[in-house]
Design a protein around this ligand. Sequence first.
Ligand code: MV4
Length: 459
Amino acid sequence: MFHKILVANRGEIAVRIIRACRDLGIQTVAIYSKADRDSMHVRLADEAICIGEAPSSESYLNIPSIISAAEIADVEAIHPGYGFLAENAHFAEICESCQIKFIGPKPESVRLAGDKALARETMKKAKVAVIPGSKTVIKDQHEALRVAKKLGYPVIIKAKMGGGGKGMKIAHNDGKLLNAFLTAQAEAEAAFGNRDVYMERYLNEPRHIEVQVLADGYGNVIQLGSRDCSVQRRHQKLIEEAPVPSLSKSLRKKLGEAAVRAAKAFQYENVGTIEFLVDEDDRFYFIEMNTRLQVEHGVTELITGIDLVKEQLRIASGEKLGYNQDGVKFAGAAIECRINAEDPDRDFMPNAGKIEWLSLPGGPNVRVDTHVYPGYVIPPYYDSLLAKVLVHGKDRASAIHIMLRALREMEIRPVKTTISLHERILNRPKFRQGKVSTNFIQSVLVPPGPDQIAMQQAG
Ligand code: MV4
């Protein structure tokens, strides 16, 4: 096992990784930007190195600075967390070339999963269903028309190097296709530096279901059940839960088996997630593989009792999986609510500033993963996630009640947060029935008022 690792991240996930390391007796080195000087992860780590100015490009995305910090602190490995460089194959390669273990998959797996068009072809070979679509990249508008005609409308155009919904464009007919195609190419170029796009038939009202996989360096691959991430706004997940409710036993089994086949096809190592869409007829399709620990990993931990960050560290240090598939037992239901510093009544406008009052929920079956504390000043430079509230109940109905109790206990003043939105969602009959699609959130959100529309129009 490692003696000392560098945590190349910030916020709640940096705290989460430091805690797992401390449990395993591993020394930790935090990196931080000047804006994060007073952050919790800096206080909790054994050592901390300031690596640059507040903007991510000058700090948490600055590969030379991070590698220099790792060399100075003489660490054996780097944990990238999620976001930032967690799925950057180039960074993983640089770590390996500097004899620093990247705590995650091999760079080639990151690269293979990162090319969404190539990933589809890899899945077909592994007999994992993909959504009917183009065999490769769509080279021009004439080909786009041909492929769309063959698929049938509506179609969705996606960036080859995209993910998480960025650069996706939906077209409902030939008239809309050209603009969607050209816009998707332009957005892909701007966001990913690669304009290549591919096309799929668009699934209306799908459920967004993902399966957690765990793979060691000796070919052992297991799956740790499913998570439902359908409650999301503009591809930002708000609520996640495990297991997925209202799934038949056979569909649950088929999803798990498909996820293991997919991980093997990517020659995967470490913790990863296979994302599927499930249509109204319970047919499921692979859409992406995430080669990182996810924000929502905690709900899987709560129903399996497996600490995924510790498993990452064990696998990266060369250990075999501590479990086989039969050894994984599932118990109860878990739900996570993401508490963001955003105002749901003002179109999720982010708000930064000082936390003057903070009361966090607690008690039986409640877990809060957070980096905030009374007096903490929320910086405006990074994502708006303040805390994750996770609960575990004997079943889904109990988990919902425990979550409502926890949210009622929670107060962060004067910051506007998503706490009240979560209470609204959890009280919706459709959510309680346990079968919401990715369109559900629209029915909960407050439509923007005339002043907001005016503000948006004013830009
Ligand atoms: C789709 C889809 C419907 N049809 N693909 C891709 C990125 C992933 N995170 C979500 N993605 C989707 N891909 C096909 N062929 C629906 C989604 C999707 C979604 C799309 C638009 C708006 C919100 C969404 C939320 C979850 C899934």
